[in-house]
Design a protein around this ligand. Structure first.
Ligand code: DC
Length: 220
């Protein structure tokens, strides 16, 4: 029998890191749904489409193929057979992903894809609406939170390690607060804690502590 672990929360709350590690430990599939919204954003930016033009957006969506593949122990994401794992983390994509992910047609397509994957695989899936909309019957639901400044610091260190030095810590803090607000207030599937989710405040936790905390609840 397959089972589902839903992990939601704002950006840099630790959810992706933890979901990835626990998926590996449990031998189940890891799905980073944020990466999927980012890949669609890459497609929209490449086609130079006005996101208010529904027809153009629909056209892009009908020609899109998104796949995950493991390369040297790391999950990579492919957009129409092209590896976009680096590109999806660029400042340009990060600045545009909230608006693209608020579009109804985009959400419908990706939610369907996410459900399809979860219907045949045990998954640890992280995002904003997994426990509330995508997998409301998930066996396990977690909601990660953390102080915005701590999250900005994490993103800053992550960027530094990847050689992305175009934003200061202050700029990142501002961007994170703005994105939280946008993601929490959009009309369709806003970032919201599922009523039955276990809340994990990761502000003062190490990654190991977050992982052990989550695994402590998993009885599979
Ligand atoms: O987790 P992330 O920062 O990579 O997510 C990128 C954006 O995608 C984020 O601003 C909100 C959106 N998103 C979403 O709307 N629903 C999801 N399930 C996952 C991400």
């Amino acid at each position: 029998m397959t089972y589902q672990i839903a992990i939601d929360g704002p950006s840099s709350s630790g959810k992706s890191t933890v979901a990835q590690i626990i998926a590996k430990r449990l031998g189940i599939t890891y799905i980073d749904t944020g990466a999927m919204y980012r890949a669609v954003t890459v497609a929209v930016l490449e086609e130079n489409v006005n996101i208010e033009n529904n027809e153009e957006i629909e056209k892009i969506l009908s020609n899109i193929k998104i796949q995950f593949k493991w390369v040297e122990n790391k999950q990579h994401i492919y957009l129409n057979d092209k590896d976009v794992s680096e590109k999806i983390r660029s400042t340009k994509v990060t600045s545009n992903v909230s608006a693209v992910s608020a579009l109804k047609a985009v959400r419908e397509l990706l939610v369907e894809l996410q459900r399809e994957i979860a219907s045949t695989n045990s998954v640890a899936m992280d995002g904003r609406d997994i426990g509330t909309v995508v997998l409301p019957n998930a066996e396990y639901k977690f909601f990660f939170t953390a102080d915005a400044r701590v999250r900005a610091k994490r993103r800053f260190e992550e960027n530094k390690a990847a050689g992305r030095l175009d934003q200061t810590l202050e700029e990142l803090t501002e961007l994170i607060i703005k994105r939280d607000k946008y993601d929490s207030n959009r009309e369709i599937s806003p970032l919201k804690q599922a009523e039955d989710a276990i809340v994990i405040d990761s502000t003062n936790m190490t990654v190991d502590e977050m992982v052990e905390n989550v695994l402590g609840y998993i009885k599979h």
